[in-house]
Design a binder for this molecule. Structure first.
Ligand SMILES: Nc1ncnc2c1ncn2[C@@H]1O[C@H](COP(=O)(O)OP(=O)(O)OP(=O)(O)O)[C@@H](O)[C@H]1O
Ligand SMILES: Nc1ncnc2c1ncn2[C@@H]1O[C@H](COP(=O)(O)OP(=O)(O)OP(=O)(O)O)[C@@H](O)[C@H]1O
Ligand SMILES: [Mg+2]
Ligand SMILES: [Mg+2]
Lengths: 165, 160, 160, 165
């Protein structure tokens, strides 16, 4: 299983619909400071149901909606869709491609969709449990945080080990 | 459950003992459980001890910025070896590393690309050169991100 | 004393308003005193607001890693302008910056080298190229540091 | 005034006597990971009387004494001497060159010297007050800490402003 495609609309600095196609090996994302690279990484974490705005450098969920520039008005919602290649049937679904979508409105409420069918956060969580996908500590390393695994307190370190058990 | 945790812990420990010397080209590393007086495994902490080649065993706080990052990478991949994640997003984890350590990191990464998809945000040209595919992000319109196609060749000239 | 603090504060504020757009090639920045209800200046906090070019004014936490580092450098040099330190040690502050921002940082730095001596630890070849003198540190004997003479030319070939 | 020379003996990874001559413009220190670059920066901060071991990545003062390798025994003391060019008479001393030396023993006790005369920490502090030298927050930026000026709590930020007042 791997990420085939990521589509962002109104998520942070991605005002226009933007589609990223990934290869299943190693994809590098490059560009100048402040152009939106880390925002792409955070979109992947967010779409799977991340509940803590602080982990994605926000203070509340509406911080993730494009808030405008000198030339553009702010938008009223953000949407991210991720398409996973499920050919080896890791996900409990008969489709070859599985899409998960998350939408947030300016009141901070989120909507979730699996293969374009509206669902609850719980359904997204059930879809990805035990697959290793996820918002777990060890499959997302934020900028500047690589040494945290070593320097955080021993019990925090244990939590990462538990996720792998 | 306790057995499962202990079993995973010992697998990670063995991986760490193997991967660390590979990344540091020598040296030793180990992890151990910190048990409190009632020996409760499920509430124990985890201690990390490393010894870069030629140096004495020491507190991880005395390590340099680059040594700490490389030790953390060794631990991260030790966990991956036990339970590979289908994909992994790494945001500029190569920033503290010198070029010798970047190429060691890339070598280690290539051992895992058949089980895990990696999405790596980086400014380092050695990391970029080993990518399977490359995406450029830009803000041609100030404040609005968009994608640009970038070829690896372009990067060799201008590293911005 | 209160007057002295307020006087210094307003000088730093004016410097910040001037230096930030120089480093970011546009945009705006400002600092303000956070006064509690009894308006006690000597116990107030300081708020920092920045607006990179073309973007809206926002919370500094939403800034990118490089934008944060560059904003911090702008603030640091705003303070230097008011009270220059005779020397300053900067340990890899260019690590989060892309090459465009590294050269802007070096330009800013060169405005201060007649009042302040800079000792800069770095891996970045653009920073190294603008140095007046260069020292290499090595551990030819594992675990024991010693100095090596390095020429700037050497660096252009091999960036380790 | 600027730093002319720094001499380290037994300080952290500098087991052998090592002398660094600085120019008064911009000096760059380069080298591979873990070779001792940050240790040089910390030696400058330490020699002027830094009392917090934690700020220099240690837990107690004897952490700064060379603790041995596979081939060498640990040493029993560390010593750093800094030579300042005082031609413009910023420092209250009639010498053109002023040296400050600090020595620490395995019991954690420090000795201080100004121009090779033994003195107290207080004398070193008096020498450098109001010169802007120092262990102040804004003339040493530790590795990875550049954004702290922005992100630390507002009162911490104020402390930096006070040092400049
Ligand atoms: N809700 C939002 N609306 C518009 N722009 C936003 C929003 N949230 C964040 N941003 C913008 O995104 C930018 C940060 O992007 P990001 O952190 O992804 O940059 P980056 O490419 O990772 O840069 P660096 O190389 O410095 O780490 C900020 O400048 C911020 O203005
Ligand atoms: N008391 C000591 N005795 C011997 N070695 C020590 C002592 N304290 C620290 N060290 C060594 O110094 C090394 C760290 O040096 P330092 O942090 O200066 O590296 P660096 O050149 O800054 O590397 P990087 O580029 O990764 O930041 C560590 O490997 C540690 O072993
Ligand atoms: Mg980033
Ligand atoms: Mg260092």
């Amino acid at each position: 299983m791997f990420i085939k495609q990521l589509e962002l609309v109104g998520f942070k600095s991605f005002a226009e619909k933007t589609t990223v196609n990934f290869s299943d090996g190693m994809t590098c994302i490059v560009g100048p400071n402040g152009c939106g690279k880390s925002n792409i990484g955070e979109a992947i974490r967010w779409v799977f149901g991340e509940q803590s705005a602080k982990k994605l450098r926000g203070s509340s969920m509406d911080d993730f909606i494009f808030n405008g520039t000198n030339q553009r008005k702010p938008l009223n919602r953000a949407e991210v869709t991720i398409t996973l290649n499920n050919e080896n049937n890791i996900l409990p679904s008969e489709y070859n491609d599985v899409t998960v979508k998350r939408r947030v409105f300016s009141d901070g409420q989120s909507e979730y969709f699996i293969n374009n069918q509206k669902c609850r956060l719980k359904d997204v969580r059930n879809l990805i449990t035990d697959t290793g996908i996820g918002i777990s500590a060890y499959s997302f390393i934020e900028q500047g945080m690589i040494s945290e695994i070593l320097s955080s307190d021993p019990t925090e370190r244990r939590r990462i080990f538990e996720e792998a058990a | 459950s306790e057995e499962k945790f202990i079993d995973t812990f010992y697998k990670i420990k063995n991986n760490f003992k193997e991967i660390f010397p590979e990344l540091f080209n020598g040296g030793k590393a180990d992890i151990s459980l910190i048990l409190d007086e009632d020996e409760d495994v499920l509430n124990s902490g985890i201690d990390v001890n490393v010894k870069p080649p030629g140096k004495r065993l020491q507190n991880i706080n005395l390590l340099s910025g680059g040594e700490k990052a490389l030790s953390a990478i060794a631990l991260l991949f030790s966990i991956f070896k036990v339970k590979p994640a289908p994909f992994c997003v790494l945001d500029e984890i190569d920033a503290p590393l010198d070029d010798t350590n970047v190429s060691r990191f890339i070598n280690l990464l290539s051992d895992f690309t058949d089980t895990t998809q990696f999405i790596i945000i980086t400014h380092n040209k050695y990391t970029i050169e080993s990518a399977d595919s490359l995406y450029g992000v830009t803000m041609e319109e100030p404040g609005v991100s968009s994608l640009v196609s970038v070829s690896i060749k372009e990067f060799e000239q201008d590293r911005s």
